[in-house]
Design a protein around this ligand. Sequence first.
Ligand SMILES: Nc1ncnc2c1ncn2[C@@H]1O[C@H](COP(=O)(O)OP(=O)(O)OP(=O)(O)O)[C@@H](O)[C@H]1O
Length: 244
Amino acid sequence: MIEVRKLTKRFDSHTAVQDVSLTVGRGETLVLLGTSGCGKTTTLKMINRLIEPTSGSIQVDGLDVQQQPSPALRRRIGYVIQDGGLFPHYTVADAIATVPKLLGWETARTQERIRELMDKLQLPTSLLMRYPAELSGGQRQRVGLARALAVHPPVVLMDEPFGALDPFTRKHVRRELFGLSELRETTVVLVTHDVNEALELADRIALMDKGRIVQIGPPDELLTNPATDFVRDFLDDKPHRLHD
Ligand SMILES: Nc1ncnc2c1ncn2[C@@H]1O[C@H](COP(=O)(O)OP(=O)(O)OP(=O)(O)O)[C@@H](O)[C@H]1O
C-alpha cells in the first residue's frame, strides 16, 4: 500500500508537483493521467526516490521511503519505463538477474526465477543471451517487466511502459501483461497520457493538471461525474488533445 501526503517538488522557481496526496491500495492499479509536463513522471520518481521531494511524505507499506536504504527500496519497488529501460550491454538474462544479484540471491534461485518469468511472459529462452538491440519493442517491454518483477516487489511503478510500441502491439502487449496473475496481485502506479490506456487498466485514475490532482476516482466516476470542465474535456476529446 502506498500513501503519499502533500507531496511538492519545486525545480528552482518552477513548481512541478504541488500538494499531491493519494493512497494506492494493495493490488490496486492507479493511473496518473495528464498532459505533457503536468508532473506525472516527477510524482512517480519521488515514490522510488529517483527525485527527492521538496516537501511531503511517502510511505510504502507503512515505511517512509526516505528512511530506506537503496537496496531495500529496489527490493520493494519495481520500475518499468518506456522501451523497457534496458542497459544495452546487458543480455536478457543479465537484465532479469539485476535485482536478484543486488540482493545476493543464490545462482540457482535466480536461474529458476528467470525461467519462470520467461515462461509467464511468453519469451522464448532462445532470447536469453540476446542484447536489447536484438529484440523487438514488445520483447524489450516484456523483459523490462520481467526485470521489474524478478524479486516479487509488492509495488511496481511504470512510466509510459507501452509508449514506444505501435498502437496495435501496444494494445496487445498491455492486455497480455495486465492479464498476468502476478501483476494483478501487485500494487501498480502507471503514468500515461493515453486516455484509452488509463480507462482500460486503471482501478482508479488520478487526473493531473499543472502539478496538481484535479480528480481521483474510478474511471466510471470520472466519466459520469467529472469534477471540472477540464476533466470532462480531457476524457471526452482524446487523441489530439493528449498528443500535443
Ligand atoms: N530536473 C528538472 N529540472 C527542472 N525542471 C524539471 C525537471 N524535471 C521536470 N521538470 C519540469 O517539471 C514539470 C513536470 O515534468 P514531468 O516530467 O513530471 O511531467 P510529465 O507529466 O511526466 O510529462 P511527460 O508526459 O511529458 O513526461 C515540467 O514542466 C518539466 O519541465
